[in-house]
Design a protein around this ligand. Structure first.
Ligand code: GLY
Length: 363
């Protein structure tokens, strides 16, 4: 059942292992990195006493002196203050830390982002590993080395591309994941299918019940397929100069919706689901994909219990938020639209009228 996917990045290559019970292999995996004497396990406060503790115990059983540091769960805490608190706590426990320190991120994507940035910053960079415990982190955030924190001016504005030394995806941790968070990760799985692999959409459609029930073997296959897609995209464009932006499919309108209705009011996956519906609608209007292709994606999202409609959105407000993003993109609103299921392109000629039409259609 266990599968290994290599993220091919030359000297910065690493393996993503996907299997059941892998959290207990953390110590052995850390030992294989060589010269790891101390570890700081940065664990999401929701799972610190369960998975965080197991991570520490596994490291200790391999002779690594491990200490746990709790990250106060949630996007709202992805701040300079939390980052600074973690650095202070690590130096307080181990004032003589050196490059043999290993940082371990244990939790969802937010914990991985913060812990990775702590690793990138401590002593100008120490090794780190990821033990993701949410589906979104399994299939997306834990792969590719994006680390960072938010700033009052916007999300993820402070950070670094800093690849981990390894990722252990223990599918058993999904058993305790709230259903809403499971669905959030499933939105990213559909995204990967649309951008790179039509057969993944078939796999999701054929295994929907098993996926929603988190059956271990099916989840291993699902996660491994998604990690392979993400790994290939990252290997082709580590620092998002080009094709890595394909991973933003569904996110432009999705982020605008999250901003408008409020983070926490709608899950990231739900917002991305709506964003994908809007993008597909625009692609159909442009004659890029057939209505039947858009319907396939909609069916998959609905079967996974993700939203495909949302009433009360103000299309003008959505466009305004999308335009505010344009500052970072050379003055034009850019969107990723499908050219077929499994293939996308980036368009920078997006206009207000087509976005308004697609957003109105969500209602
Ligand atoms: N989650 C998008 C990326 O890693 O590029």
């Amino acid at each position: 059942m266990e599968q290994t996917i290599k993220v091919e990045l030359g000297a910065r290559s690493y393996d993503v292992r996907v299997g059941a019970g892998l959290l207990d292999s953390l110590g052995a995996a850390a030992g294989e990195l060589g010269s790891v004497r101390q570890a700081a396990v940065i664990a999401d406060s929701n799972i610190a006493s369960s998975y965080g503790r197991r991570a520490v115990e596994s490291l200790a059983s391999s002779g690594i002196n491990a200490t746990m540091f709790e990250y106060p769960s949630g996007e709202a805490n992805k701040t300079l203050a939390s980052f600074s608190d973690l650095i202070d706590a690590i130096f307080a426990i181990a004032p003589a830390i050196d490059r043999d320190l290993l940082i371990v991120a244990c939790g969802g994507g937010v914990t991985g982002d913060v812990a990775g940035y702590v690793a990138a910053s401590t002593l100008r960079g120490v090794r780190w590993m990821q033990c993701p415990t949410s589906l979104l982190a399994d299939v997306d955030a834990s792969v590719g080395g994006k680390t960072g924190i938010n700033h009052a001016s916007g999300k993820n504005l402070i950070g670094a591309f800093y690849q981990p030394s390894g990722v252990l995806v223990d599918v058993e941790t999904l058993k305790t994941l709230p259903p809403e968070e499971l669905r959030s990760g499933l939105g990213e799985c559909v995204k990967h299918a649309v951008i790179r692999d039509a057969t993944l959409l078939d796999f999701i459609a054929d295994n929907t019940r098993a996926i929603l029930d988190c059956q271990c073997d099916v989840m291993c296959d699902l996660i491994a397929r998604n990690v392979a897609i993400k790994a290939a995209v990252v290997a082709g464009d580590e620092r998002e100069a080009g094709e890595r932006a394909h991973l933003n499919f569904g996110h432009t309108v999705g982020h605008a919706i999250e901003t408008i209705v409020g983070y926490g009011t709608i899950s990231h996956g739900a917002a991305v689901s709506l964003g994908m519906i809007a993008a597909n609608d625009m692609a159909v209007s442009r004659g890029l994909i057939a209505p039947a292709d858009a319907a396939c994606v909609r069916d998959a999202l609905e079967a996974l219990e993700l939203p495909t409609t949302y009433s009360g959105l103000d299309a003008e407000q959505v466009w305004d938020v999308m335009q505010r993003d344009k500052k970072a993109r050379g003055g034009r609103v850019r969107m990723v639209l499908p050219a077929a299921i499994g293939k996308v392109d980036i368009f920078d000629d997006i206009n207000a009228a087509e976005v308004a039409r697609a957003v109105a259609a969500l209602g």
